[in-house]
Write a protein that binds this ligand. Structure first.
Ligand SMILES: C[S@@+](CC[C@H](N)C(=O)[O-])C[C@H]1O[C@@H](n2cnc3c(N)ncnc32)[C@H](O)[C@@H]1O
Length: 254
């Protein structure tokens, strides 16, 4: 699909076939448990869930196993190709994957909950883009619907905590070295990612993430019409603080 200037996401196209291998250390099951605890905490009993920036659809498929009807949306066709293949292999019924841009979703107002995980909305590089994404999500929700998303915090991006490697992990087939540089003026972290394949191949992707200001996020949610409910230090119910590395935001369409 056509890409606009607010987003920049061919950054996942090369890595898509290796994404699940690289993320095999990510505790997705626990994330789904955390989401379900959040649903319970706010008294939500969703049937239809939109997984925005679903990637290779791991969380979408885990939620589908719990009986939710899932739509996964992502900007990267190569990521969605993997998601669709996994859904077919798992024989999971009620899940659909669509290629759309979070900043201009074209979906009916039919979802009880929208989620967006793993700093996907940091990939939106402007305040306007974030506002557009919130407006899009608002339109896709039914009245009373919930919105849960996480962001890499300003603290994480300012301190280049995105820099990491897995060279120490003897079990990892695909090795990676990621180096982040933060521009305090643009508030954008540029992450140079190098991937080393078992067959000796090497490839590189540049990922850009914006440090959206915590106060802006809450303001933009309210401007989009949401009731802001809470912001947590990730995977806990503790309030987000200055040193939170990842923040979960919870909002509701009145
Ligand atoms: C770090 S991955 C997270 C994927 C998945 N949520 C997960 O937990 O594994 C970020 C995803 O956001 C997607 N993305 C980035 N910008 C987007 C946009 N504007 N609209 C939709 N998806 C976007 C990328 O294609 C990528 O699949």
């Amino acid at each position: 699909m056509e890409r606009n200037t607010q987003t920049f996401a061919d950054q996942f196209d090369k890595v898509a076939p290796y994404y699940d291998e690289i993320m095999s250390v990510v505790p997705y099951h626990q994330w789904v448990q955390y989401l379900r605890r959040l649903f319970k905490r706010f008294g939500w009993k969703p049937r239809r869930i939109l997984d925005l920036a679903t990637g290779t659809g791991t969380v979408a498929l885990l939620l589908a196993e719990h009986g939710y009807r899932i739509t996964g949306v992502d900007l990267s066709e190569p990521m969605l190709t993997i998601a669709r293949r996994k859904a077919a292999e798992a024989g999971v019924g009620d899940v659909t994957f669509l290629c759309q841009d979070a900043t201009r979703l074209d979906l009916p107002p039919s979802f009880d909950v929208v989620i967006s995980l793993f700093d996907s909305l940091n990939y939106i590089l402007t305040s306007k883009g974030l506002r557009d994404a919130f407006a899009s999500v608002y339109r896709a929700l039914t009245p009373g619907g919930g919105f849960i998303f996480d962001l890499n915090s300003e603290f994480t991006l300012e301190h280049n905590l995105f820099s990491q490697d897995n060279l120490w992990d003897a079990d990892a087939d695909v090795k990676h070295v990621w180096k982040a540089r933060y521009n305090a003026h643009t508030r954008i972290a540029t992450v140079e990612m190098l991937f080393y394949l078992p067959n000796g191949g090497v490839f590189r992707e540049i990922h850009l993430e914006r440090a959206h200001r915590h106060t802006d996020v809450i303001t933009f949610l309210r401007q989009a019409g949401f009731e802001f409910l809470d912001a947590y230090d990730a995977y806990t119910f503790l309030p987000a603080g200055k040193r939170s590395e990842r923040i979960f935001y919870v909002a509701r369409k009145p």
